[in-house]
Design a protein around this ligand. Structure first.
Ligand code: PGA
Length: 251
C-alpha cells in the first residue's frame, strides 16, 4: 500500500517568526496523525528554524528548489548537502513556477533530481500542462515529456525514492481545481507510463500526488481517486487549520 503524502509548498511567503508560528500550530494540530506523510516546504531562509520545530515530530522538511552541484562558484544557489545538513528529507523540483519564470527545463530538472538522489534527498518532481496545452489536446504529451525527462537515467530503487506531483498549471493558484476524474485520468496515465518504462511493481509503489487549488473542501474527493496519493498544497498550506484538515482527509 502507498502512504499518501500531503506537502505544503509555502512559495515566497513567511518570515522566520511567521514560519515558526505556523509550524508550531500545525505540529500540534497533526500530532498523532499516522498513515500519512506530512511535509512542509518553507522558503530557504526559514528552513533552519522550521527544522528545529519539526524535529522529533511527524512532520518532514522540504526545500522548494536546489542546485545540482555540491559546491563551487555558483552565486545564489543552494546545494543538496546544504539541504541535508539543515534537516531536509525532500526537495520540490521542477515546479511550474520555476519552469515558467526561471527557465527550468526537463534537462535541468533531471540534473537536480539526480543530484538530490545521490545524497538521499527525496525529489518531489512536479509535472503538468498549461491551459492551452490541455485545450489543444496535448496534456498526455506534455506530462509524458515532463515525467520521462525528469526521471531520465534513474534505476528502479531511485525512482521509488521520488514522489511525482501532477499539477495542471491552469489549476495552480486559480481556485480552479481539476475535477477528481480529470486528476485520476492523468494520474493513471502517469502510472501506466511507469509500468511501461519500468514495471507494474514499481508503478504500483510510486506516490503520485495532485496539486492545484487543493482546499479542505475538495481534498477528500480528490484523494478517494485510486491513483491520487495525496496533495501538494500551495495557498491552503499557509494556514495551519486548513492544511491540517487536508491532512485529516488523507487518513
Ligand atoms: P495552490 O498551489 O494550492 O495555491 O494552487 C499549488 C502548488 O503550486 O504547488
Amino acid at each position: 500500500m502507498r502512504t499518501p503524502i500531503i506537502a505544503g509548498n509555502w512559495k515566497l511567503n513567511k518570515t522566520i517568526s511567521e514560519a515558526v508560528a505556523l509550524t508550531t500550530e500545525l505540529r500540534d494540530l497533526v500530532a498523532g496523525s499516522k498513515g500519512v506523510e506530512i511535509v512542509v516546504a518553507p522558503p530557504f531562509t526559514a528552513l533552519d528554524a522550521v527544522s528545529k520545530v519539526v524535529n522529533g515530530s511527524n512532520i518532514r522538511l522540504a526545500a522548494q528548489d536546489v542546485y545540482w552541484e555540491d559546491s563551487g562558484a555558483f552565486t545564489g544557489e543552494v546545494s543538496v548537502p546544504m539541504l541535508k545538513d539543515i534537516g531536509c528529507d525532500y526537495v520540490i523540483i521542477g515546479h511550474s513556477e520555476r519552469r515558467q519564470y526561471f527557465a527550468e527545463t526537463n534537462q535541468t530538472v533531471n540534473q537536480k533530481v539526480q543530484a538530490a538522489l545521490s545524497h538521499n534527498l527525496k525529489p518531489i518532481l512536479c509535472v503538468g500542462e498549461l491551459l492551452e496545452e490541455r485545450e489543444a489536446g496535448h496534456t498526455e504529451k506534455v506530462v509524458e515529456s515532463h515525467v520521462t525527462g525528469g526521471i531520465k537515467g534513474l534505476i528502479e530503487t531511485e525512482l521509488l525514492s521520488c514522489v511525482i506531483a501532477y499539477e495542471p498549471v491552469w489549476a495552480i493558484g486559480t481556485g480552479k481545481t481539476a475535477t477528481p476524474d480529470q486528476a485520476q485520468d492523468v494520474h493513471k496515465y502517469i502510472r501506466d507510463l511507469i509500468t511501461n518504462t519500468y514495471s507494474k511493481d514499481v508503478a504500483s509503489q510510486i506516490c503520485i500526488q495532485y496539486g492545484g487549488s487543493v482546499k479542505p473542501e475538495n481534498a477528500a474527493e480528490l484523494m478517494t481517486q485510486p491513483d491520487v496519493d495525496g496533495a501538494l498544497v500551495g495557498g491552503a498550506s499557509l494556514n495551519a487549520e486548513s492544511f491540517a484538515q487536508i491532512v485529516k482527509h488523507a487518513l
